[in-house]
Design a binder for this molecule. Sequence first.
Ligand code: FAD
Length: 418
Amino acid sequence: MSKPTGDAPGMVIVGAGQAGVQAAEALRAGGYEGSVTLLGDEPYGPYHRPPLSKAWLAGEMDAAQLMMRAPDMLARKNIDLRTRVSVASIDRPQKLLHLKNGSVLPYDGLVLATGSTPRSLNIPGADTMGVLALRSRDDANAISDRMTMCAEQSRPVVVIGGGFIGLEVAATARQKDLLVTVLESAPRLLGRVLSPSLSDWYARLHTGHGVTLMLNTQCIAIEHDEQGVTGVRLSDGSLLPAGLVVVGVGVLANDAMARKAGLPCDRGIIVDACGRTDDPFIVAAGDCTARRLSDGSLLRLESVQNATEQGKSAASALLGQERPFTATPWFWSDQFDKKLQMAGLSMGADHWAVRGDMDAGTGFSVYHFAGDRLIAVDSINSAREHLQARKLLDAGVSPTVAQATDTGFDLASLLKKA
Ligand code: FAD
């Protein structure tokens, strides 16, 4: 076994993504003066992932805009960013990291911010050339290259999975004038998060832009020749021709290393609201975590807000400061010219109120209720209403369905009374 490299132990962060960068900067902002080392296994410094399915894939953004921090910004904060470094395992008793290159790195405090990995399809041919998932900048570039080939050869694109990433890729592909089919095994799009009316609205949005939508549809195999994918075989025996298949069927938390080190995991590294694991010297943040809520249940979120806030909370916890992340969750998605902004968690909603006209082409919102309680609000092209919804949800204030539906009623007045 190699010996430690002589680095003074300090704070080490594994994963140079959204959560890792926030944690590194929060350690400095919190007054930590020891060494801060940010390890990432990708060839690039930290970059924004959301544009990968949107402006970056559309070719509307350059590498400098994709970058999360300018090259010298981390150095100015004395954060030692090391790219192309992959951590293989954690030796908790010795407080050491074993790197895949054979070297060893000691730590005083460790932040695990390893993100997540796209689920793969478990069907024959799933590893064929031209069947691609989207997580990294390299993935996006590979999809973009294959889209160019499809455009040149007039070959269609098939997207498997009608979730956010699949639908964003479909929208971007249509912007490039490609023939696009989206396959979804469930009866509606984004059925786990959206109201039935908003799922239908998204279906109309996509079909209105020329996307072929196939709901309740199972694919059973990928067909190919020596040039890669040629089509997707469906359970009814039919074949959909394709020059590119994008697989967007969810992600799995990168928690294997933590699990191997004996940290409790359950579809994510289990953390409390401050990002603490069971080990007082190890915290975790972002997509790799599952947060224990006060009722004992576990919450997994995959969003920029979650990674940002957990990164800050986790860094504070390593410094002995309490900074729980309990704010209302929010998320966004851009498809065609529509921006969806979601506030709250809609699981358990039993009825919905629509504020505004869904078909007028202007902004509107869908309010999710569980009983009398407002639990989430989804706004389309209405940033003002999204911000107000976050305030209502943070304050635990619920309008009635009649108030939510009545655009003449000032929902902000409820906050003044609260
Ligand atoms: P990541 O950003 O994935 O960073 C983790 C890093 O750790 C990766 O670079 C990984 O390679 C590295 N790593 C893993 N294991 C190791 C190891 N052993 N050693 C060293 N490095 C390691 N969220 C939104 O809120 N809105 C959106 O519109 C939105 N759009 C998205 C579009 C796409 C295409 C994708 C992929 C995600 C999108 N998300 C969006 C989700 C959001 O980007 C993620 O939730 C967020 O990036 C999670 O940050 P993270 O730091 O936890 O993980």
